[in-house]
Every structure is written in structure tokens, then in C-alpha cells.
Design a protein around this ligand. Structure first.
Ligand SMILES: [Fe+2]
Length: 176
């Protein structure tokens, strides 16, 4: 049995604070994609969905004078580093296993290499690759995926369903 569910993670005030910036719709959608991809790739679905849900929680406000300056944002972006730290702290506070917290934190750190001076192609673990691909699948030009709306109650409904599917996938792994 998992110590911490996706709904637990989502409801925490730290998650609520930081997910508003990058968008609940994007986070929940990427978690759904990550579950499908994880099952297909033989990756732990618990790790994949938690990493996907939290992958963008390091985003900061990118508006300047009411507008988003994309170039400026890219130049100073360290959202994956901030996100990795926040995700780790959040999971430990929720009583998550330390091994899980570290794996999720690393998957958040490496979900993109846009902030790094080198590429990560071919260097990611299967978990990290699933999170990258799930994120990419929901991406839209100009960062529009960050602006799609989703109610908190709708997010909880979907995440509860994903929790049931993660438990089911874990169970099937255990008996096979
Ligand atoms: Fe993203």
C-alpha cells in the first residue's frame, strides 16, 4: 500500500500554492499520460504519476508589466531545480518514503534540459523519460498548456481515479 496518494499530494497547501502558477489542468493531464506510459514502459506508476503531477511546481511568476516575456523567462529559468526541491520537501512532510521522495525529485529536476548548458538525451532513466514524454505530450506552442483551466473538484475526481488505477497496477505487478 502506498504511504501517500495523488489526492493527498494535490490537497496539500504547498501544492495548491505552487500548482496555480503552472496550471492544475496541465499537472493533472500530464499525470494521466504518465500513468499510461509508465504501465507500457514497465516503470513504477506511483513514481511516474507523482513526478508528473509535481513536475512544474517550481515555476515562478513570469509576468512582467502584466505580460509574459518568454525570452526573459527562458534566460533566468531554474523551475526544474526549484521544483525538485519543493517536491522533495512536500513529500517528506506528507510522510512519504525517502526513496520515493528522492526519485520523484530527480524526475522533476530532469524532466527538461532547457535550463542546462548540455542535453540529457539518452541519459535519463526510464522513469525520467516517461515524465519528459508525458509533459511533452501536453505541451502547446507559446506555453498555452499552462493556461487551461480545471476546477479543484474536477482535479480531485480525476486524481482519485488515477490513484485507484495506480493501486491496481501495483497489485497486478505484485501477483505477476
Ligand atoms: Fe510541463
Amino acid at each position: 500500500m502506498r504511504k501517500v496518494t495523488l489526492v493527498d499530494v494535490f490537497k496539500h497547501r504547498i501544492t495548491q500554492k505552487y500548482l496555480q502558477r503552472s496550471g492544475i489542468h496541465h499537472a493533472v493531464t500530464v499525470a494521466g499520460y504518465a500513468l499510461e506510459m509508465a504501465v507500457e514502459a514497465g516503470v513504477d506508476p506511483d513514481l511516474a504519476t507523482k513526478s508528473a503531477l509535481l513536475h512544474d511546481m517550481g515555476h515562478y511568476e513570469w509576468y512582467r508589466d502584466g505580460k509574459w516575456d518568454y525570452e526573459e523567462y527562458r534566460k533566468h529559468d531554474i523551475h526544474a531545480i526549484k521544483g525538485a526541491e519543493r517536491a522533495h520537501k512536500l513529500l517528506i512532510r506528507l510522510g512519504e518514503d525517502r526513496t520515493v521522495a528522492k526519485e520523484v525529485s530527480l524526475a522533476v529536476l530532469l524532466h527538461t534540459d532547457s535550463y542546462l548548458p548540455f542535453e540529457l538525451n539518452g541519459k535519463r532513466t526510464p522513469l525520467q523519460e516517461v515524465v519528459r514524454l508525458a509533459d511533452e505530450k501536453d505541451e502547446q506552442p507559446g506555453g498555452l498548456h499552462h493556461y487551461k483551466q480545471m476546477d479543484k473538484s474536477e482535479a480531485i475526481r480525476i486524481l482519485h481515479q488515477l490513484d485507484l488505477e495506480v493501486d491496481q497496477a501495483d497489485y497486478e505487478n505484485d501477483v505477476s
